[in-house]
Design a protein around this ligand. Structure first.
Ligand SMILES: Nc1nc2c(c(=O)[nH]1)N[C@H]1C(S)=C(S)[C@@H](COP(=O)(O)OP(=O)(O)OC[C@H]3O[C@@H](n4cnc5c(=O)[nH]c(N)nc54)[C@H](O)[C@@H]3O)O[C@H]1N2
Ligand SMILES: Nc1nc2c(c(=O)[nH]1)N[C@H]1C(S)=C(S)[C@@H](COP(=O)(O)OP(=O)(O)OC[C@H]3O[C@@H](n4cnc5c(=O)[nH]c(N)nc54)[C@H](O)[C@@H]3O)O[C@H]1N2
Ligand code: SF4
Ligand SMILES: [Mo]
Length: 699
């Protein structure tokens, strides 16, 4: 029996694992107590890594679709045919006729991340999409416009704070996002034990809210109004204390003027939070010596996601909590993409061009996923004719999945680099399946930028891939070379990491990291401003015009606030500890037991509609309808429905035997591709208007 140590790369927590194995049989997977960051924490998904390793439905060789069946073909034939099809389409319709979509697991595989630029270079297409714009684009835009780099994302210093406010995040289940804090629950328990407080603002009394000292229900999509009125109180009562940030930030006066317009009384009805509650929250926050506001998914994927993330940063700044112990801090990672970009210049960039059909702004070279279907379905110069998806399942993850399905069906060619034949990849002509999970090395380069301590770890593969398997990066290298006729002759991903490691002061190499199988703690977060700022004037920009001018839209929404009689409910999402977005439901131990794909409805709403717990109802929106079991609860706000995403595996042609037995329904069949944050183009999943109807003859 042997022991292998590695990081789990399923979610952003990057927990250390201790894996006992014999040959290629896994004996146990436990938390690695010697990992200095995760200290032994893991969640049930880590164990499912074995199921993915052994999954008979996982593709191991390339497949080609011939009508409705799939045929295994050789790597050479598959990549060659894909490259030829792509070249033919680009020759006929132009470079932009091929689009790419990158899904979430790309961010957890350094080889994939480092080699995607080669594919984009080979393709020369401006039609680029990723899960960013159905997730954290507002965070990236706020970082870019305020601090000068899309990765300068402040992280809550959770281990040293005394007061944490969480808006739109449920780290007790998600294990944290833009906050690599494995073992979040124990970290919060430590905060409470040292006399600190946690306040959660969420339309649902979530698992995280239940841990906290205070929970306030908020109407979905109204966080920006709450935050502006908190600023209003802080300025009015002279509670601002930016301290040393005064010298390194500009435009304080503009912020004060904007906030002046938003007294708590004006936003109380809109947000559903009483003016007195807002005042006391603002006071408590401003008067705490170490406090941090942290907003995540629910505060980002909504109509006002962009300004919400801006306002969260502002609140941390005016109270002096940015770049300070116990506040919102920046990391100094060992593989520092921010430092490296001083050389490469890739800091971000916003609205340098707009999408063809709906004129939505580009961010960092990508257009919003909410308009991908339009770009495929709308004829004309520049129409997308071919698509490459890499580790993405947008049929289940993008808004209005049904429309996207129609779009995918109409493509002349689709290539998927993926491990499964799922809801999205079943439309592909060719699927190229990489080695994955325990067969890959792990170096969570992005998440070391977002970690609550400076930390780094390299884990080699546990199992060597077979000689006929390829890594994602090898597929990308081969495909790029065959498309461009040019060998980018890149180094291996590990060599590229060695190069990036030189931009930090830690003097590390992959070889040195291999000597630290539990990872290397690089210490608590330290103040790094102003020298880490990437704005041209090396100042924090408190009032970027993009945000300032978007405040008007919020003001209008507050003034015209009324319930839509046809769609009186607002939809929100939630996560389950045993799911990872859409793709882990083919593991029996992740799906067994109770049905997890349910709609939560408030007890009073259920009474009014004469709906009972466990009943199946119809939920209808502008874009479609689904039938789903309801759970009646006091934990969700009145007028709100909560449904998890990533389900809906009963679609024809999906080759996931376990998942098909626990299919659930896809909430993105009723979310709306036209309901977006108009500033950033990010999808608005929170606050989609729906109505609930009884289904005839349920019994
Ligand atoms: N309504 C609603 N919609 C949402 C969300 C929500 O909360 N509510 N959440 C949003 C968020 S935060 C995100 S990040 C997106 C996720 O959106 P996506 O990234 O599009 O969806 P995933 O379900 O993560 O799909 C991952 C895909 O990668 C494949 N895969 C897994 N491992 C590998 C690998 O090693 N290599 C390759 N090549 N492929 C692999 C899987 O088979 C699957 O097809 O969904 C978003 N959509
Ligand atoms: N178990 C598990 N863990 C995961 C994932 C998973 O699928 N499963 N996915 C991973 C990914 S890709 C991501 S991005 C992260 C996301 O991780 P988190 O950011 O923690 O996101 P969620 O768990 O979806 O929690 C969002 C919370 O926002 C609330 N909310 C909804 N709308 C609003 C609103 O308008 N205002 C406010 N204030 N709150 C609102 C919801 O009720 C919910 O409690 O999780 C990651 N971790
Ligand atoms: S919390 Fe995330 S990183 Fe940790 S074991 Fe679970 S899935 Fe893996
Ligand atoms: Mo995400």
């Amino acid at each position: 029996m042997h022991v292998h140590y590695r990081s789990c790369n399923i979610c952003e927590a990057t927990c250390g694992l201790e894996i006992k194995y014999d040959g290629n049989r896994i004996i146990s997977i436990r938390g690695d107590k010697q990992d200095p960051l995760s200290r032994g924490h893991i969640c049930p998904k880590a164990v499912a890594l074995v199921d993915i390793y052994n999954d008979p439905d996982r593709l191991r060789r390339p497949v080609k679709r011939i009508k409705n069946s799939w045929k295994e073909i050789s790597w050479d034939e598959a990549i060659n045919e894909a490259a030829e099809k792509i070249k033919t389409i680009q020759k006929k319709y132009g470079k932009n006729s091929i689009a790419t979509y990158l899904g979430n697991p790309v961010a957890h595989n350094f080889g994939t991340m480092l080699f995607i630029p080669f594919l984009h270079k080979a393709l020369g297409t401006k039609q680029r999409y990723s899960a960013t714009s159905i997730d954290q684009l507002p965070h990236n835009l706020a970082a870019y416009l305020m601090f000068g780099h899309y990765l300068l994302l402040p992280v809550p210093d959770i281990d040293r704070t005394n007061f944490m406010i969480i808006l739109g995040g449920n780290p007790a289940v998600s294990n944290g996002s833009i906050m690599t804090a494995p073992g979040f629950v124990s970290r919060i328990k430590e905060l409470l034990k040292r006399g600190g407080k946690l306040a959660v603002i969420d339309p649902r009394k979530s698992e995280t809210a239940k841990l906290g000292s205070k929970h306030l229900f908020i109407r979905p999509g109204t966080d920006a109004a709450l935050l502006l009125s908190m600023l209003n109180v802080i300025f009015k009562e002279n509670l601002e204390k930016p301290g040393r940030l005064t010298e390194i930030a500009r435009d304080f006066e503009t912020v004060r003027e904007i906030a002046d317009d938003f007294p708590p009384e004006k936003v109380a009805e809109f947000t559903g939070i009483e003016a007195e509650e807002i005042k006391s929250l603002a006071r408590e926050f401003a008067l705490s010596d170490r406090a941090v506001i942290y907003g995540r998914f629910g505060a980002s994927t909504q109509q006002f996601g962009g300004i919400t993330q801006w306002l969260i940063n502002l609140l941390n700044i005016v109270t002096g909590n940015l770049d300070r112990e116990g506040g919102a801090m920046f990391t100094l990672p060992a593989a520092d993409l921010i430092a490296m970009s001083r050389m490469t210049g890739s800091k971000g960039g916003f609205a340098r061009r707009h999408s063809r059909v709906r004129k939505l702004p580009e961010f960092a070279g990508e257009f919003p996923v909410a308009t991908l279907a339009d770009e495929i379905l709308t004829p004309g110069e520049g129409q997308i004719k071919g698509l490459i998806t890499i580790a993405g399942n947008p049929v289940l993850s993008a808004p209005n999945g049904k429309k996207l399905e129609k779009a995918l069906e109409s493509l002349e060619f689709m290539l998927a680099i993926d491990i499964y034949i799922n809801e999205t990849t079943r439309f592909a002509d060719i699927i190229l399946p990489p080695a994955t999970g325990l067969e890959t090395p792990v170096f969570e380069i992005l998440f070391y930028h977002l970690s609550v301590r400076n930390f780094v770890k390299y884990s080699p593969p546990l199992f060597q891939k077979n000689e006929w398997q390829q890594y994602d990066w090898e597929i990308l290298a081969d495909l790029s070379a065959r498309i461009s006729g040019q060998d980018f002759s890149p180094q291996k991903p590990e060599q590229m990491i060695d190069f990036i490691l030189q931009f930090s002061p830690y003097n590390l190499t992959i070889e040195k990291l291999k000597q630290n199988p539990h990872g290397k703690d690089l210490g608590q977060l330290k103040p790094v401003l102003p020298h880490r700022l990437m704005t041209e004037d090396r100042l924090i920009h408190l009032a970027p015009r993009e945000f300032v001018s978007d405040v008007k839209r919020l003001k209008n929404a507050i003034e015209n606030n009324k319930r839509d009689p046809h769609f009186p409910f607002l939809l929100i999402g939630r996560r389950d500890i045993r799911s990872s977005n859409s793709w882990m439901h083919n593991s029996q131990r992740m799906v067994k037991g109770r049905n997890r794909c349910k709609a939560l409805i408030n007890i009073n709403d259920a009474k009014n509609l004469e709906i009972e717990n466990g009943e199946t109802v119809k939920i209808i929106s502008r874009t479609g309808e689904i039938e789903i079991e309801v759970e009646v609860t006091e934990d969700v706000m009145e007028g709100v429905i909560s449904i998890p995403h990533g389900w809906g595996h009963s679609r024809e042609g999906v080759k996931l035997r376990v998942a098909k037995k626990h299919p659930g329904v896809s909430v993105n069949d009723i979310t709306d591709d036209e309901f977006i944050d108009k500033l950033t183009g990010n999808a608005a999943f929170s606050g989609v208007k729906v109505r609930v109807e009884k289904v005839a003859n349920t019994g």
